[in-house]
Design a protein around this ligand. Structure first.
Ligand SMILES: C[S@@+](CC[C@H](N)C(=O)[O-])C[C@H]1O[C@@H](n2cnc3c(N)ncnc32)[C@H](O)[C@@H]1O
Length: 153
């Protein structure tokens, strides 16, 4: 199963970029991973920015992909539950599992409605930049759990 992570806007901080590279490299030992970046919108009302960013995310999403939205209001799960969720997608022949991280103002309702599942990493709000690293680490962790490797304690 192919994995895709979509996000809005460039990665600004060097330390975030290093984290992304580290965990993306680790994930690619287990599954093909593509990262795609939608241009962020600036200088409009929040709702308009969310709508335009949603349209751009939509264009980066293959038709056959199952979409998981990252959102602080989503379902919370443990790392083993997240691993079981990923394994279930793979075992039911989902061709591509896509994760989307919103921009600084979050998602438009229209894009939110497109999601097959919405998950929260915490009830706290993280920056849209930091979520990139935390999500990638959890995807990596999930694969070590699926493969019974001694990373998750
Ligand atoms: C700064 S947050 C946007 C906050 C905005 N108040 C909202 O309601 O969506 C930007 C993006 O980071 C991600 N994000 C932030 N905190 C998160 C969390 N605890 N769990 C999952 N995703 C989170 C989401 O994808 C969100 O769209």
């Amino acid at each position: 199963m192919k994995l895709r992570v979509l996000w809005v806007g460039k990665t600004q901080e060097e330390w975030v970029r290093r984290g992304i590279d580290e965990y993306a490299g680790r994930i690619r030992r287990y599954a093909p991973l593509e990262i795609a970046e939608a241009r962020d919108e600036k200088g409009a009302a929040a709702e308009a920015m969310r709508a335009r960013e949603g349209d751009r995310l939509e264009k980066l999403l293959p038709r056959n992909a199952r979409l998981v939205l990252l959102d602080e209001r989503g379902d919370e799960m443990t790392s083993p539950q997240f691993a079981a969720f990923i394994a279930r997608q793979r075992d039911t022949a989902v061709p591509e599992l896509a994760f989307a991280i919103g921009g600084a103002y979050g998602f438009a309702d229209s894009f939110r409605a497109r999601a097959d599942k919405t998950i929260a990493l915490s009830r706290m709000t993280l920056t849209h930049q930091m979520v990139r690293v935390v999500l990638l680490e959890q995807i990596y962790r999930a694969h070590t759990i699926i493969n019974g490797e001694p990373y998750h304690h």
